[in-house]
Design a binder for this molecule. Sequence first.
Ligand code: ZN
Length: 291
Amino acid sequence: MANCLRRDLRQVLSAGKVLLVDGGIGSSLRALDTPKDAHSYLDRLNLTHPSAVAEVHRAFISAGVDIITTNTFQANELRCPDGYTVEELNKAAVCIAKQAIRDHVKNDDKNIYILGSVGPLCTGNVDDAKKHYTTQIETLLDAGVDGLLIETITHTSEARVALEIARELQVDIPVIASICLVKDGILPGGESCMEGIEVLNTLAIDAIGINCVDDMDLLVQAITRMKSTMPSLPVYTCPNAGFPDEHGKYSLTCTTYRDIVHTLHKLGVRIIGGCCGVAARHLESIDRDAC
Ligand SMILES: [Zn+2]
């Protein structure tokens, strides 16, 4: 069953149809009544407040997404706080995501896929990356995700290690890799956008993209260059909903988000969701036929 789903996901990713991915898991969890002291490490909510994590998944599923991502952005050996283990955080996250899908699809045969979120370590140290990522990736795969999302990449060297670990464990696991861009269109680790994309493009990844970007001009420029460099590879994009105010609230309207999605779609992006601040209501506002 699991293998069958994974093959399906690969086919779905490359089919060229619009696929909606969920929005910002972290910002959605912060917007719920979750304990403030968990906000710097939201992955612990998988164990302490699983119903909040499930609520976020269900809201995105109800908004019509095809793909949800696990609440495991920082669930690696480097970030895991005392009192928790990487295994339990990742295992619980996949269980919650699976249950949220089961709750929704009882009377619906729509396929909703789970991507295991693997966030950045932000060190660029390859030896450390192997040490810090192995247990997380092993647990996500064992728990039965349909693919991995190596996201908010700050150094492509880390993403390469994460991918190698995944392929060693399950050679056919679908993987999406997504870089993050800061001011001037570079990765936080210093590579240029196109350097980053070109490195990823050599790694036989199923889709490559950009997430966690606030500047739409920068994003459009980067996507345009990506599409001209690798016209046939599926492109994934999850922009932010601008900047939060002093209360942590994001002001992006659904109409503006819909316009952004429309622009991305015209540029050839087919796997579209949101990062920080993008809520279920934003995704709900998308007219998939018009995109
Ligand atoms: Zn973000």
